[in-house]
Design a protein around this ligand. Structure first.
Ligand code: KG4
Ligand code: ZN
Length: 344
């Protein structure tokens, strides 16, 4: 079975074709992505209306590209999957509308996928795919969650952020430092030249007994330090503040992930979502996990941030596990707010 997947929940239009295999993990045949980062950069963040309009412009040409790259035609597609939520309502409607219309035209079913389930299962596209059960650290622009994953569609929330997401902490701190959007990668690049111990920034909830996170206070601390540095701040101080910010976020993510492994007795951690691309996070997690004999799995670096492959993959895995409620009547809705735990 071949699954064509569409992702359009935020500022990336992603399309991919995945093929199920009788045994083993579905195979990625081709994918294409258009990032709207340059378009939104001028505004310092995502402008929802512009995002929707750009998805409309990109989605069909990307689908054509994907089919060409895979050496397939629309007639080869057995199922059309799309991101149903969470995300920007208008942006979601573009991908969902196109996917459901395409499915109806082809006489094939459609399937709405949870964006975070896509992230969560994306490490199955890597060479060292994990085995169930595992603990997942989901770190994206809008979410920071630890989940116990027993199998496809079996997700239990262990802890989550009570305010800002880790990606948001990166993005907002980057903005304070005068770095562009998206801030995460920019802050990480500047941090390479700085001293992570130069500024003593808070590690909120580091020692709390639960597995929750809080990053709002960190942003305020970064703002305070930045103000103290004044307007004529030298490049080294900015790099030091970037490195200290990154270290504070990473320390908390690593500590809570290791705590989740201990609490659940699991020895497998899966990291997914845009912040999973962060090199310091990867290094610290790998080192911490190695100490307790645990292994960390990541999606391929290019599939950490939003993409169509993870949506097509999640649909293919749901199909394989008999968990796909297929839509055949041309009707659909989107879920801009949609807790992942509702899937279980
Ligand atoms: O998963 P994602 O692409 O989109 C959402 O579903 O939100 O995650 C985007 C987030 C942004 O906050 C971005 O700044 C962050 O991931 N990010 C990073 C890195 N690459 C992306 N944060 C830190 N270091 C990175 N290298
Ligand atoms: Zn995402």
């Amino acid at each position: 079975m071949k699954v064509l997947g569409f992702e359009s929940s935020c500022d990336e239009t992603g399309v991919a074709l995945v093929e199920t295999r009788p045994e083993g993990v579905p195979r990625l045949l081709a994918e294409a992505l258009h990032s709207q980062v340059d378009m939104h950069a001028a505004y310092g963040g995502v402008v929802p209306e512009l995002a929707s309009r750009d998805h409309i412009r990109r989605v069909l040409p990307l689908a054509t590209q994907v089919l060409q790259r895979a050496g397939c035609t629309l007639a080869d597609v057995d199922l059309v999957a799309y991101t149903r939520g969470p995300g920007l309502a208008g942006a979601l409607l573009v991908g969902a509308g196109v996917a459901v219309a395409l499915a109806a035209a082809l006489g094939k079913p459609a399937l709405g996928i949870h964006h975070l389930e896509g992230h969560l299962l994306s490490p199955f596209l890597a060479d060292d795919a994990p085995q169930f059960p595992f603990v997942a650290l989901l770190v994206s622009g809008g979410h920071t969650q630890l989940m116990a994953v027993a199998g496809v569609g079996r997700y239990e929330l262990l802890g989550e952020t009570i305010d800002d997401a880790a990606g948001e902490a990166f993005d907002k701190s980057a903005k304070l430092l005068g770095l562009g959007y998206p801030g995460g990668p920019a802050l990480a690049r500047l941090a390479d030249f700085g001293d992570p111990q130069a500024f003593a920034l808070p590690r909120p909830l580091l020692h709390s007994k639960d597995l929750d996170f809080s990053f709002a206070g960190l942003k305020t601390a970064v703002l305070t330090q930045h103000r103290k540095l004044g307007t004529n701040v030298c490049e080294q101080s900015r790099a030091d503040l970037a490195a200290s910010t990154q270290a504070a976020i990473v320390d908390v993510l690593v500590a809570k992930s290791l705590k989740a492994l201990k609490q659940t007795g699991s020895r497998r951690l899966v990291v997914a979502g845009g912040v999973g691309a962060n090199q310091r996070l990867r290094e610290m997690l790998n080192a911490g996990a190695a100490k307790i004999g645990a292994q960390v799995h990541y999606p391929p670096l290019a599939l950490c941030t939003d993409n169509g492959a993870m949506i097509a993959l999640a649909a293919a895995l749901r199909l394989q596990h008999g968990l796909a409620v297929l839509q055949t009547d041309g009707a659909f809705d989107v879920r801009p707010r949609w807790p992942l735990a509702e899937l279980s």
